[in-house]
Write a protein that binds this ligand. Structure first.
Ligand code: HEC
Ligand code: HEC
Length: 331
């Protein structure tokens, strides 16, 4: 008992230190205290059981890593995706990396009410949203081997979450503070040229891996990039991910390269539909404006701010307005 309570106090202390570090951090300083998220280790894949369930888990993990090879436009086991990105391009390390749209808790978070559809979705239906939007694909049949493999994999990684990691920040997205000014696509373009172009290319089209294995550097816009209806197309959502993860060979969530403002500017440039074309969306709009993510730039809104402000910011006045009016802003 004594050991447990000592451990508890120790953990509580670490959490407090973690939060303090987050709150006082200025741009570019490490935002995460060592000793909290730093103790996290991704699941040990050698522990995947050697039985029928384990076989599906392994296939699910392979699908995350080599999505295009198995179910891409020329997929070996079925042609579902409309492009050759792999799930792991966004859900890095097959969904196990902190602050990279982690999927470690997804299995226990579904079924879940989704404001986007104003419906309760199963995890399988949520998987299909990503198959359809970022991958411009057609939905996997719910009873297909591939869908069952994804779900088995999510169930298994969820079972590997250690009790001490359960409340880890990295299962959510990195928090960023909002600049008083709007995201600036022109500034974003300059930053893109400096920090991103060497991999993702001048035309944002990325670089293919030889063969059918997807991309060395995935596309950011153009006909093979994610659709406008994807969450990655939202400026805040993308900026939080960029700060923790890009440039891919330099940034870590402990030591980001981009400042909060730079991440917002670059996300504004990448996601500016006046500059960049994307596949046409087949999107379902939030039926209830008061449930709409604040950085979703399509009217009608539950407030008086313009589409431009919802898309690029400044975001804080919108958040403040929502809170003042008893609404719950999500972003
Ligand atoms: C272009 C980036 C991108 C790609 C590629 C992508 N996703 Fe996603 N996915 C996202 C974003 C963004 C979210 C929302 C994350 C959030 O709200 O924090 C998401 C959410 C999800 C969720 C819901 C997680 C939860 O707990 O609510 C699942 C499951 C998922 N994706 C599975 C997949 C699978 C499987 C693939 C490959 C077939 C895939 N995704 C490909 C960007 C992507
Ligand atoms: C060293 C090469 C490199 C640099 C530089 C780089 N990236 Fe990436 N980027 C990658 C790779 C590789 C992936 C896929 C990651 C994976 O599969 O784990 C990726 C994935 C992405 C994705 C998600 C997938 C997609 O295509 O939509 C976005 C968005 C992105 N990068 C934006 C940026 C931005 C913005 C910068 C500049 C701040 C940048 N990257 C710099 C290599 C790079």
């Amino acid at each position: 008992m004594k050991i447990f309570s000592t451990l508890f106090i120790f953990l509580a202390l670490l959490i407090t230190i973690g939060y303090t570090a987050c709150n006082t951090a200025t741009d570019n300083t490490p935002v995460i205290s060592a000793g909290f998220d730093s103790t996290y280790r991704p699941p040990d894949t050698s522990k995947i059981p050697n039985d029928k369930f384990g076989e599906m888990v392994r296939y699910g993990r392979n699908l995350m890593l080599n999505t295009a090879y198995y179910i891409g436009p020329e997929g070996k086991n079925g042609q579902y995706l409309g492009n050759k990105m792999n799930c792991t391009n966004c859900h890095q390390d097959a969904g196990t990396k902190p602050y990279a749209f982690s999927l470690m808790l997804s299995h226990e978070h579904y079924p879940q009410y989704r404001a986007r559809e104003a419906k309760v979705l199963s995890l399988a239906e949520r998987v299909n949203n990503c198959v359809m939007r970022p991958h411009s694909g057609r939905p996997l049949p719910l009873d297909s081997k591939e869908m069952l493999a994804f779900l088995s994999y999510f169930k298994w990684i969820n079972s590997q979450v250690k009790p001490e990691d359960r409340n880890m920040n990295g299962f959510q997205n990195l928090t960023i503070t909002f600049s008083p000014r709007a995201g600036d696509p022109e500034k974003g373009q300059k930053l893109y040229t400096e920090k991103c172009l060497r991999c993702h290319g001048e035309d944002g089209a990325g670089v293919f891996k030889p063969g059918n294995g997807g991309y060395l550097y995935p596309p950011l816009w153009g006909e093979f990039g994610y659709q406008p209806g994807s969450s990655m197309h939202r400026v805040i959502k993308q900026a939080r991910w960029l700060k923790a993860n890009m440039p891919n060979d330099q940034a870590t969530y402990f030591k980001p390269i981009l400042t909060d403002e730079e991440a917002i500017d670059i996300a504004s440039f990448i996601n500016d539909d006046r500059i960049h074309k994307r596949p046409s969306p087949k999107t379902i709009d939030y039926p209830f404006p008061a449930e709409k993510a604040i950085d979703y730039g399509h009217a009608p809104f539950a407030d008086t701010f313009s589409e431009m402000q919802h898309k690029f910011g400044p975001f804080q006045p919108i958040i403040d307005y929502w809170k003042k009016n008893g609404l719950k802003p999500s972003y």
